[in-house]
Design a protein around this ligand. Structure first.
Ligand SMILES: Nc1ncnc2c1ncn2[C@@H]1O[C@H](COP(=O)(O)OP(=O)(O)OP(=O)(O)O)[C@@H](O)[C@H]1O
Length: 524
């Protein structure tokens, strides 16, 4: 295989070549389990489980489950088997430098330990307090490039749950100036698409920076009336773009010393009509030489060009479509002939949902509330989080889910991205994500299922399929990522239970291991 250096191509005219869609990196080992065949999709009435015959499907699914479970258990107990001793996600990234000439110190070494980065001891302490012992692949590649001086822009892509947050937070912590004149000045800004994600990133920053006595991290998310009008004096500001823009305009946030702008879930931030607009406006309110850092698991082709305009001359780290799915997430689907069957199947799955924690994704707020009402009425404890609730309610709901007090959460796409709750072992797509024009939305699918299988853990996603449209959509998704999903037998619930439990149990085994050495959730 070509060495990383061999695969670097020098961009022309100071611009980076390609982007997510043009990546040429070589995949080392990405294996997504395959069952069924293209004929499974031939028509809606010949559902895959009927085609293959339940016994074959079950046997294959079971076989895959045990090998998946085994790989996780092995990985989790393997000394030095991966980052921080956890199963190392197997994927390779493609790195392209913005300008090799500038690169006299050859920054393209890939660090193998956090100690090599030359970080302040207090920051290293934070890493140890997070119980990170070894950088993940994206951290290995991105950190040396992020930390180079003078600072350079970055567009970084890696699979869900692989540690992008720590990469951009470490860069921020390393660049803060705590001298007398600067200590109360905002210097770094992180924008995220939801308040839940912004609060989560704040938590990571606070934990990683806990040994920096003067560090102050502040939120720029909608607050209660009584709190409005406050001035931001934290060196790090983390929030949603609309509120951040308002704070700058109202002069409650002095942006003149901001030297780093991070967009987490950058494709979503730049793509969406509202957010994209707001992010551009925020950027215009910042100094011109700000270091722009864009991170996401997905950069669909239509935002790649725009992303490189937003972060010109970036070093880029990219993955190909086929490398985006996380090996540890077992992707299943269940054929439900009617809408009634779909709801009934959800109820049947409830017992499995509470083995760990679960998220049920639906398309609309109305469906979320309706399912919550019905399930609660039938004696199943579920919570619901949508953009309809006010900030305080949302905080209570997500905090209760994080702490394990509530174990099943029904959500719209507001929670599809970034949320890191390691106990989530099951994600259910009650409705498949669509693009509003009747087509599947593979990026949102990937982010949704990425709420499980965090950092080498295993998890299960189940998509409930009803009717030709959703059959077509799941095919679009599996084609996009070049995977085939495993059908569950819809007529044998004992089997379904056995299949899913096998994976979920192995997740719990790794969670037990975590108590001894791997990181735990950040609770805020
Ligand atoms: N080097 C490391 N060693 C051990 N655990 C790590 C390391 N880096 C990150 N983690 C843990 O991995 C989990 C996932 O990290 P993070 O939320 O940053 O993923 P992400 O790549 O941003 O995912 P997403 O694309 O879904 O937003 C977190 O719980 C984090 O604490």
């Amino acid at each position: 295989m070509a060495s990383l250096e061999d695969r670097i191509s020098k961009p022309q005219n100071g611009q980076t070549e390609g982007g997510a869609g043009a990546s040429t990196g070589t995949k080392i080992a990405a294996s997504t389990s395959v069952t069924g065949g293209p004929e499974s999709w031939a028509d809606e009435t010949s559902a895959a489980d009927t085609n293959s015959g339940p016994s074959t499907v079950e046997a294959k699914a079971e076989e895959e489950m045990s090998s998946l479970a085994k790989s996780q258990t092995d990985g989790a107990t393997h000394e030095g088997g991966g980052a921080s001793g956890i199963y190392e996600p197997s994927y390779e990234v493609d790195v392209q430098l913005s300008d090799l000439q500038k690169d006299s110190g050859n920054p393209l070494h890939s660090i193998k330990s956090f100690e090599e980065l030359g970080l302040d001891d207090k920051i290293l302490m934070g890493i140890y307090q997070m119980r990170f012992t070894k950088p993940s692949k994206i951290q290995e590649k991105a950190l040396p490039l992020l930390l180079i001086n003078p600072p350079q822009n970055m567009i970084g892509q890696s699979q869900s749950g692989t540690g992008k947050t720590a990469a951009f937070i470490l860069n921020i912590l390393a660049r803060l100036d705590f001298s007398d004149g600067m200590v109360n000045k905002p210097q770094a800004m992180v924008l995220a698409p939801s308040r839940e994600l912004a609060r989560q990133i704040m938590g990571v920053c606070q934990v990683m920076g806990q040994s920096l006595p003067l560090l102050k991290v502040e939120a720029s998310i909608p607050v209660e009336k009584s709190e409005r009008g406050k001035h931001i004096t934290g060196q790090v500001v983390i929030g949603t773009p609309g509120t951040t823009m308002d704070l700058i305009r109202r002069r409650q946030l002095d942006a003149t010393n901001i030297k780093i702008l991070v967009l987490d879930e950058a494709d979503n931030m730049l793509d969406q009509q509202g957010l994209g607009d707001q992010c551009i406006r925020v950027k215009h309110l910042l100094p011109r030489n700000v270091q722009v850092v864009l991170f996401s698991a997905t950069f669909p082709d239509h935002v790649v060009e725009y992303a490189s305009k937003f972060a010109p001359n970036s070093n880029t780290i990219t993955l190909r479509h086929e490398e985006l799915t996380v090996d540890g997430i077992k992707q299943l689907y269940l054929n439900c002939p009617t809408e009634t069957d779909k709801y009934d199947s959800l109820i049947r799955l409830y017992g499995l949902m509470t083995v760990g924690s679960s998220i049920i994704f639906v398309r609309t707020r109305k469906t979320a509330l309706e399912i919550e009402r019905r399930m609660n009425e039938e004696g199943h404890t579920v919570a619901c989080l949508t953009g309809e609730f006010d900030g305080t309610q949302r905080d209570v709901i997500i905090d209760s889910f994080r702490s394990g007090q509530s174990k099943v959460l029904i959500a719209t796409n507001v929670l599809a991205r970034g949320i890191d709750v390691q106990t989530v072992s099951l994600v259910i797509n009650y409705d498949l994500p669509d693009d509003g024009r009747g087509n599947a939305d593979p990026q949102t699918y990937l982010h949704r299922i990425g709420r499980t299988g965090r950092f080498g853990r295993v998890g299960v996603s189940i998509s409930l399929i009803t009717g030709p449209r959703s059959h077509h959509m799941i095919k679009e998704i599996s084609d996009y990522f070049a995977i085939e999903m495993t059908p569950l037998p819809h007529n044998d619930w004992d089997k379904v239970e056995t299949i899913i439990k096998k994976v979920i149990k192995s997740t719990r085994a790794s969670a037990d291991y975590n108590k001894a050495g791997a990181p735990t959730d950040i609770n805020m």
